[in-house]
Design a protein around this ligand. Sequence first.
Ligand SMILES: Nc1ncnc2c1ncn2[C@@H]1O[C@H](COP(=O)(O)OP(=O)(O)OP(=O)(O)O)[C@@H](O)[C@H]1O
Length: 328
Amino acid sequence: MVPLDGYPGRYPAAIGFSNVEGMIQVEQLTKSYGGKTVVDDVTFRVEPGSVTGFLGPNGAGKTTTMRMLLGLERPDSGRALIGGRRYAEHRAPIREVGVLLDARAAHPNRSARDHLRIIARTHGISNRRVDEMIGLAGLESVAKKRAGTFSLGMGQRLGIAVALLGDPRALIFDEPVNGLDPEGVSWIRSLTRSLAAEGRAVLISSHLMAEMALTADRVIVLGRGAILADESMADVVSGAGRVRARTTRAVELADLVRRAGAEVLQLDASTLEITGLTAETIAETARTNNILLIELATVQVSLEDAFFELTHGSVEFRQTTTTSEDPQ
Ligand SMILES: Nc1ncnc2c1ncn2[C@@H]1O[C@H](COP(=O)(O)OP(=O)(O)OP(=O)(O)O)[C@@H](O)[C@H]1O
């Protein structure tokens, strides 16, 4: 991405960052509304140089957490910091954190370009930067149109252009792919990846699991306000250490690995699913006993499956299967 005028050489500078610069930090954050705790002692970090997916069922507390990071809600206890400071403590927050919370934030009667220019002017940012961001967001052909006529996807693009205007080190995007067409979804993916590659910290909430699996390096899962997982994407989809082995001597191999402490599920005459031993140990056991392996692979699960497994006890709004034709 093009650095902001007057900020030459700030990126790529992940290595040069002091340890909290650009970092998004939440420490023991708690918030209740009307006696209901919606964010419950939440602690996590989003490091510069990474995209962190912020996942959770409806009502899990993702937006409330993001709003506390942006000083829009006051925590009951705990701290929400960007670059080591509360949002309100930054002299120029637009240069610290880029935010996409509400795609409909632009004044409906103002053109996209004017909306950006007004924000730019109040923050000492040049019109050239505005034009660059219009180009980056793919809004050139509609820059003079009223924002009120924009589709949801165009509104999202305008919101992203605003978020990037100040060349911030941290980015917080709430459901950025909402309303975008496939080309827009893929644009957000490559944009967030390149923002992270430039050394920025990116926190991005989404319900689109397949997309998150392609975009995020880390995953934080919230359920009923509490952290259910904070792991690398690779760990989340690693299938909890399960290894699938195929051999013509499945019963013998099952017996051997069980004796080595593994749990074994026989899937069919030749296929075993083994938990508790690495693929390497299983291969070694098979070789020592002259058992030919036809296939050996660690099991990967989809992010969606991993998400359902993590959150099944924390879903607040679950539809019933009753239809109007069912007897009452
Ligand atoms: N201003 C408010 N007053 C009262 N309750 C609120 C307020 N804001 C949020 N809540 C409640 O807090 C809970 C968490 O909401 P939040 O919007 O943070 O969840 P979310 O994880 O972002 O959900 P979604 O995926 O549906 O956007 C919900 O039960 C919501 O109704």
